[in-house]
Design a protein around this ligand. Structure first.
Ligand code: CTP
Ligand code: MG
Length: 272
């Protein structure tokens, strides 16, 4: 019989199985160097620093032994930091690090990680490795809202650009002005969405079960987990995100992330 503690477990899933096409490094984005470490190591350090997880479950490209080794080495370093008497031990539990093969879409990678969660898991935060610099404060805001009873919580930022809807231009101007504006979205009601996104595990499981049968095209269009929960009609709450949680997608994003880490004031000058 398992006599381990029945305290509900919080897990953080880190999805890192993408190929990084838009970054264009010819390698999975998780491996791309960022200020002396890989993007994945930065992301894992951020998760560990937040101190909210009893398990960190990482989805990597299937069979990627280099990333597997990197996660194992990260887990060893964490353990060394948490040895009895080490300063990091105080008040922060040592999380278990689990590595799984991700899938062909982000949603499949999330599902692969969900299948490897510890038995007593009650809450799960799903985080993009690509948001490698997400600050601890955002993890805490999401975890706090979950602890207060929310079943789905996402970090968001106000939208700074005016956002319009468009359709393809028809007729003579199509060659020089390919799109025609159909409307302007009310900016004050719009939010840009980040990760980590937090869920009660039962809700996230239900949301992903509903999406598991989608074809490849529709599966690729699932860019976050909250959209699946919204489809269930379950309320999704929002907390403040952070500008340094930018998703490293293009070469410009990598330059910005490097600037945040190496600039004169370091990443701390940006509001948490
Ligand atoms: N992701 C994943 N499994 C996939 C696709 C994406 O785990 N099959 C993860 C990525 O590793 C990333 C996050 O989902 O941390 C967000 O995806 P994105 O920024 O699109 O990363 P990539 O898919 O790697 O990039 P690209 O779309 O440019 O190829
Ligand atoms: Mg992608």
């Amino acid at each position: 019989m398992n006599t381990a503690s029945t305290t509900p477990v919080t897990a953080v899933i880190v999805v890192a199985a993408g190929s990084g096409q838009r970054l264009g490094y010819g390698m999975p984005k998780a491996k791309v160097p960022l200020s002396g470490d890989s993007i994945l190591v930065h992301a894992l350090r951020g998760v560990a620093a937040a101190g909210i997880a009893q398990q960190i479950c990482v989805a990597i490209p299937p069979g990627d032994s280099e990333l597997q080794a990197l996660c194992e080495s990260f887990a060893r370093d964490l353990k060394a930091e948490h040895r009895p008497g080490a300063p990091a031990e105080q008040g922060v539990q040592l999380p278990v690090v689990t590595v799984v093969d991700g899938g062909a879409s982000r949603a499949e990678s999330v599902r692969a990680a969900m299948a490897a969660l510890l038995p007593d898991t009650a809450a799960v935060l799903v985080h993009d490795a690509a948001r490698a610099l997400a600050p601890e404060a955002v993890f805490h805001r999401v975890a706090k809202a979950l602890a207060a009873g929310a079943v789905a919580v996402i970090p968001v930022m106000p939208v700074v650009d005016t956002v319009k809807t468009v359709e393809p231009t028809t007729g003579g101007l199509a060659a020089v002005a390919p799109e025609l504006v159909t409307g302007t979205a009310p900016r004050e009601a719009l939010r840009a969405v980040q990760t980590p996104q937090g869920f009660d595990l039962a809700t996230l499981t239900r949301a992903h079960e509903a999406a598991a049968g989608l074809d490849a095209g529709r599966a690729a269009a699932i860019t976050d987990d909250a959209m699946l929960v919204e489809l269930l009609g379950v309320p999704v709450h929002a907390v403040r995100g952070a500008s340094q949680s930018l998703k490293i997608t293009t070469p410009l994003d990598l330059i910005i992330a490097e600037g945040l880490l190496e600039g004169p004031l370091g990443v701390r000058w940006v509001e948490g």
